[in-house]
Design a protein around this ligand. Structure first.
Ligand SMILES: [Zn+2]
Length: 290
């Protein structure tokens, strides 16, 4: 009788051990993620799906086929998503093939106090109208998804200068708490040339109420970079740019206390830490071979 159970147990174990041979294996790194921190997603599976996509908190990103035959990409929670447990799901040709539990936490990046012209706190009716128009145009870009892209080229920070304000810092403007910092502030004096962080297409050039002269670049597959407070934009909407190509000049336009470049990255609409993104894009570039 005991032997019978043992044989059954062994058969069951063999089944369990054999399962991964046809199941997909998913790795999400790191498993514990700060809000705004992108995670590397790696999926190895049999078969030749056409489209592989990962999803986190309702935002979908595309994975690309790597040199080793596995699929690579990234997911990220937004800076103001909820903390706690959540799930990364991966679909191949529309069918879920794997899922991984991850944990989200808030990183303490300190606080900053800004004193600005009161017109940026109490908006006149005209300013409010303008702000709404700006926001609508920018949201349209952030919500867009261009399938073809340079997703797998390594990004760079546009300026090789000191980070004067980290991503995710709490912001108090004239004593009132506002949204946390959605980009990194890079030191730069007015007129310093600003290069594109990677290849892409200029999605919007706008003189916005809060962010001043602003350029948005679409890098494809849900990755968009933004360059704020420019003294001058040197590109036009629709123009293709190469990594390193000058797209504008550092300035102090919009709600600022002095000249600097506010550089931001969005992944599928989530605000992502640009320093983390640059590091992760280098890892992706190694796997994807560009
Ligand atoms: Zn900033």
């Amino acid at each position: 009788m005991r032997r019978f159970w043992l044989a059954g147990f062994c058969a069951l174990m063999m089944l369990i051990l054999a399962a991964p041979a046809w199941a997909a294996s998913l790795r999400v790194e790191p498993k514990s993620l700060a809000l705004g921190q992108p995670a590397l997603v790696r999926l190895c599976l049999q078969g030749n799906p056409k489209v592989v996509r990962a999803e986190l908190n309702g935002r979908e990103t595309a994975l690309a086929l790597g040199k080793d035959g596995c699929w690579y990409g990234a997911v990220a929670p937004d800076l103001q998503d909820k903390t706690g447990k959540t799930v990364v799901r991966v679909k191949a040709d529309g069918k879920q093939v794997a899922a991984a539990r991850i944990k989200l936490f808030r990183r303490d990046r300190g606080a900053r106090k800004l004193t600005v012209d009161p017109k940026y706190l109490k908006l006149s009716p005209e300013a409010l109208e303008r702000y709404k128009r700006d926001r609508e145009q920018m949201q349209k870009v952030f919500g867009s998804f261009t399938p073809e892209g340079q997703w797998h080229t390594a990004f760079m920070l546009p300026l090789d200068s000191k980070v004067v304000s980290l991503f995710g810092r709490r912001s108090f403007v004239n004593g009132k708490e506002r949204s946390p910092h959605g980009g990194v502030d890079l030191r730069g004096s007015t007129g310093t040339p600003v290069p594109a962080a990677a290849d892409g297409t200029v999605a919007l050039v706008i003189d916005a109420y809060f962010s001043g002269n602003t350029v948005l670049i679409d890098h494809g597959q849900g990755v968009i970079t933004r360059y704020l407070h420019l003294s001058q934009a040197l590109v036009k909407t629709g123009q293709k740019v190469k990594k390193g190509e000058i797209i504008g000049k550092v300035g102090a336009t919009g709600r600022v206390t002095g000249p600097h470049l506010d550089f931001g990255v969005k992944l599928a609409g989530a605000r992502v830490d640009p320093q983390d993104w640059v590091a992760l894009s280098q890892v992706l570039a190694q796997h994807l071979g560009e």
